[in-house]
Design a protein around this ligand. Structure first.
Ligand code: ZN
Length: 121
């Protein structure tokens, strides 16, 4: 999974196709992401539950599979494929658009030290 929290992605399939939004949450084990304004579902909240302040309906974003989104490169603004390369001894993501090729910053600060083998799929 190449996507990090804070990335801007574009939906490439389904009802929300072509919609862009920021990744709010990455569900690494499920290969899913929660994207701002995408896949909004209504949830009924019952009163009496300890965490719910009031009964009613709230709109929340449901996770979507990462295969349904592509990263929007912050440098060229295109939806792009992501590559990995080393820069100053650190593995970074970069834009595979041949006209761009810029490094894509990781806004979470989540870096190579936590990168697992599963990440390299
Ligand atoms: Zn780019």
């Amino acid at each position: 999974m190449n996507i990090r929290k804070g990335d801007t992605v574009q939906v490439i399939t389904g009802k929300y196709r072509a919609k862009k939004g920021q990744v709010k949450l990455v569900l690494r084990e499920e290969d899913k992401v929660v994207v701002e304004g995408v896949n909004v579902v209504k949830r009924h909240i019952k009163s009496g539950r300890t965490q719910a302040r009031q009964a009613g309906i709230v709109e929340v974003e449901a996770p979507i599979h990462v295969s349904n989104v592509m990263i929007v490169c912050p440098s060229c603004g295109e939806t792009v494929r992501i590559g990995h390369r080393e820069e100053n001894g650190e593995k970074v993501r970069y834009c595979k658009n041949p006209d761009c090729g810029k490094t894509i910053p990781d806004r979470t600060g989540w870096q190579t030290r936590e990168r697992s083998a599963a990440e390299e799929r």
